[in-house]
Design a protein around this ligand. Sequence first.
Ligand code: FE2
Ligand code: FE2
Length: 259
Amino acid sequence: MRILMIGDIVGRPGRRAILDNLSYIRGELNLDFVIANGENAAGGHGITREIARELFAAGIDVFTMGNHVWNKKEIFEYIQKEKRILRPANYPPGTPGSGYNFFNVGAGPTLAIINISGRVFMQELDCPFRKVDEILKEIDNKTKIIFVDFHAEATSEKVAMGWYLDGRVSAICGTHTHVQTADERILPKGSAYITDVGMTGPRDSVIGVETEIVLEKFVTQLPRRFEVADTNYQLNAVMVEVDESTGRALEIERIFNLE
Ligand SMILES: [Fe+2]
Ligand SMILES: [Fe+2]
């Protein structure tokens, strides 16, 4: 099974990158399933029903989210009904939406996707390590193909999660920093790993935000409202090929497309 994981889609340039390229990539890489982090899809902050609908139609099968999940008010209700949008699993019990789910992949085996958040330099959520253990116990033998989006800031926490889950899931892909790392590999026990998939959004920007605004903020230390840069785009993703009988990864390929 060939799965594409797309790094955080940021604003209009990110959506344009998907609309312009995904159907071609889908065919070219012979993909079975497409996951994308959608936490910044709507103007850099969260996701709306309308934008999700547009991107589902463009070929994305499931969205994972992150710390920006609650930025748009409508998500509280929408995420209860839309099972194709996951939010980090380690929010407190009772939080709307769900942190993992099972998805049908054509006539093939079921795919489980887990979205989890780090807590170093981030919100203090429940322990991501204990939470993922709990989820893996629940998944049990329902499927061997398990894909994890670990939305985290600290590279150390992400690398640690990679080792923690090696051999227990098919892939651990980091998101959130918006800068793609070049450390993609198959870990010794067979899990694909990358510290950060990167960003699908405006290329000439500071991780998606208008450069001038960020520079002014750094230089003057005065508050400025962040706006998504309106520039050329980049599309960042990884393709993971999984052996359906064992759930182990066979290949991880990094994708960095420019407009
Ligand atoms: Fe993000
Ligand atoms: Fe994030």
